[in-house]
Design a protein around this ligand. Structure first.
Ligand code: ADP
Ligand code: MG
Length: 683
């Protein structure tokens, strides 16, 4: 028997393995099983070349648990190892710069294992002893047994017989969970699900005489020829759908898929599916599985797959992705960059070809796929140019346009006096019906932008498209959204405009969450007397604050609404003249007083303007201040008179409520009052 020390330059590799690789203990099964698969495939290759002429037997890998002995055994009938090879491949682990590396990656089990080719040694994460019993495929090879108890010393001796290779792991007391059948079966399904050699875990069971009993049939846990390894030309739609169901049993049918298959300048295969996205974007992430030669590696593919395509589902398999490095290294890797670019291009080409070959089908799917495209345009600058070809805008009537088509459509009609083309949009056809209607009346087109990412998308499009502004259709009255000429019809003089404002303002709802102000405009007789609009800017800022951090300031601002009174509308004219009559008497003394005060204030200001600041006496200053305060007090009185007029005025109440109602803002008690008032007005 030979004894020796394992050739590691670090003092002792085992504490490192146990300590640092703590969180990822379960991957030992992947490492040991994939070694068995490698050994099996090497033998097949040799046989294929005629270098091995012996009996191959059934080439499968078996995994067995012995609860009594507390062992897990992984057996294969691959190439095996000679004593010499054990010496070379198991005992002498090549460490270069080991200490540095361990320091750097001590939190990343995959990195350590991969870097050192420590795959085999990961078995010590769960074992207090590991035995290898093996016989090389070579004709005169002797059966050998290697054994190591987790210290750097091992034993190597000749034994009677070996059916090629058994790796026997004597499971540690603190890792007993791995002796559970279900646990191992779960892990095998996770990591070994698509290994290219059959992996048997015990026997299939069946119900017999009231209990589960083993059958003769192996319980094969893997699919050795997963769909992505096959030729796209040989596959039907149903095959792709079935594979999707197999991968994601709980998901809806995918919209479409892309079969990736490239071998130069890097090797990559895979299938990416466009899923039907439900409400929650986050939930859908991490559904791309990364494989390396059919060995499952991870479902965290950030850095490899472009951010916006992380919403896709599926598998990618590439031996060219450096799996065992840190994330930051990964992102700077040239191959990985190429792969990411390739995937973007493939996806984009596929979308472009569906658009080109079957536009109706593409339009049908647009509402489901737009989230990906929006996300891509927003998160990846160069994707915008690719997506331009098939990016669609949808109008409120359900018609779809490319950017170019839409621009042609509205260019003439929706240009404002400053030469800007104004894109009108709605995000709720029912709620904004009146505004949409008013726009259509003018012959304008209104887009429907009700997607999750439409708010930032609107800003992006404004940046990308020249001389273009977007505005929601309820942001102002239509003539001001697309202002065609400089001046409007004659406006009401300030006095009367103020009066109308005070009357209506006194009845507007007052809450912390919303803020109203009133504007009087001459909109033409045919337009509605009153409407409520919401400033585009503030609304957008508030919407952005919901999806972007660092904007909470806007989030906390109240919603800002403007009540627009149309001074051309007969009803408003009536309110004006009626109020003038009704309040004339009460206002007479106040207005007289105000006129006097205003005149006095003007004189005082004029006098003081002539002097240098230091020449103005305290007395004079106080005079002006007092005058201002008096004006305020009288104005307040005046507003009270007007408020008093408004208080019992059904017409004003009704006009305001109608405007609120039109925007879906009349609720609860106010709505009930409106209904009652309306009923009494009919009588
Ligand atoms: P890697 O698989 O990356 O080469 P491992 O530490 O997993 O590194 O394995 C080290 C070496 O031990 C393998 O390259 C192989 O030569 C040998 N080996 C491990 N398991 C087996 C096996 N079941 N049969 C034959 N050789 C094996
Ligand atoms: Mg290995």
């Amino acid at each position: 028997m030979k004894q020796g020390n394992i050739g590691v330059t670090t003092e002792n590799i085992f504490p490192v393995i146990k300590k640092f690789l703590y969180s990822d203990h379960e991957i030992f099964i992947r490492e040991i099983v994939s070694n068995a698969v490698d050994a099996t495939q090497k033998l097949k290759t040799l046989a294929g070349k005629g270098d091995f002429q012996g009996e191959m037997g059934e080439l499968k890998v078996s995994v067995a648990i012995d609860k009594e002995e507390k062992t897990i055994t992984v057996s294969d009938r691959g190439i095996g190892m000679t004593a010499d090879e054990i010496e070379r491949y198991i005992n002498q682990i090549a460490f270069s710069g080991a200490n540095d590396f361990l320091d750097k990656y001590k939190d990343d089990a995959n990195a350590i294992i991969g870097h050192f080719g420590l795959g085999f040694y990961s078995s010590f994460m769960v074992s207090n002893r590991v035995d290898i019993i093996t016989r090389s495929y070579q004709e005169d090879a002797k059966a050998m047994k290697w054994s190591c108890d987790g210290s750097p010393s091992y034993t190597l001796e000749e034994v009677e017989k070996a059916d090629r290779t058994d790796i026997i792991m004597h499971i540690d007391d603190d890792s007993q969970e791995f002796l559970e059948k279900n646990k191992i079966e779960d892990l095998l399904r996770k990591y070994c699900h698509f290994l290219p050699v059959p992996v048997a875990f015990g026997k299939k069971t069946e119900w017999k005489d009231g209990k589960q009993v083993d059958t003769d049939e192996d319980n094969i846990i893997n699919d050795t020829e997963p769909l992505w390894t096959k030729k796209p030309a040989d596959l039907k739609d149903e095959d792709y759908k079935a594979f999707y169901r197999h991968l994601f049993p709980m998901s809806d049918e995918p919209l479409f898929w892309i079969h990736l298959n490239v071998d130069y300048p890097f090797n990559l295969t895979g299938i990416l599916y466009f899923p039907k996205i439900k409400d929650n974007i986050e939930m859908q992430r991490n559904k791309i599985q990364l494989y390396c030669n059919q060995v499952f590696v991870t479902d965290a593919v950030d850095g490899i797959v472009p951010e916006f395509l992380m919403l896709l589902h599926g598998v990618i398999d590439s031996p060219d992705i450096p799996l065992n490095v840190s994330r930051s290294y990964l992102q700077s890797d040239a191959n990985v960059k190429k792969i990411s670019t390739y995937i973007t291009k493939k996806v984009s080409d596929r979308l472009a070809s569906i658009f080109k070959n079957d536009r109706p089908d593409f339009e049908k799917k647009w509402d489901d796929i737009k989230i990906f495209i929006h996300y891509g345009m927003l998160s990846q600058d160069d994707y915008y140019d690719k997506a331009k070809a098939y990016f669609l805008l949808k109008d409120t009537e359900g018609k779809y346009f490319t950017l170019e088509e839409y621009e042609t459509l509205i260019k003439e009609n929706q240009k404002n006096k400053d030469g800007q083309t104004v894109y009108l949009y709605a995000n709720d056809v029912d709620a904004q019906y009146t505004f949409i209607d008013a726009a259509k009346e003018k012959g304008y087109s209104v887009l429907l932008m009700d997607g999750q990412l439409d708010t930032p998308l609107v800003s992006l499009l404004e940046r990308k498209l020249e001389n273009t502004t977007f505005t929601r259709v309820d942001a102002d009255v239509i003539d001001r959204l697309i202002q065609k000429e400089e001046t409007k019809r004659d406006l009401l003089e300030a006095e009367r405009s103020d009066r109308l404002s005070s009357i209506f303002k006194s009845l507007l709802p007052r809450t912390d969450k919303s803020d109203y102000h009133v504007e009087v405009q001459a909109l033409g007789e045919e337009q509605l007397p009153v409407m409520i609009v919401q400033s585009e800017y503030m609304r957008r800022m508030k919407e952005m604050s919901r999806i972007q951090s660092g904007m909470s300031f806007y989030g906390e601002m109240p919603d800002m609404y403007t009540l627009v009174l149309n001074s051309d509308a007969p009803l408003i004219k009536e309110v004006l003249s009626d109020s003038e009559q009704q309040t004339a008497e009460a206002l007479k003394p106040i207005e007289a007083e105000l006129r006097g005060l205003n005149a006095r204030q003007a004189v005082l200001r004029q006098e003081q303007d002539k002097k240098k600041p230091e020449e103005i006496t305290q007395e004079e200053k106080d005079d002006l201040k007092k005058c201002g305060e008096d004006i305020q007090a009288e104005t307040k009185k005046k507003n009270e008179v007007l408020a008093n007029y408004a208080k019992d005025n059904d017409r004003v109440h009704q006009l305001i409520d109608l405007a609120l109602l039109q925007n879906g803002m009349l609720k609860g008690e106010a709505l009930t009052r409106f209904v009652k008032r309306s009923v009494s007005l009919i009588k």
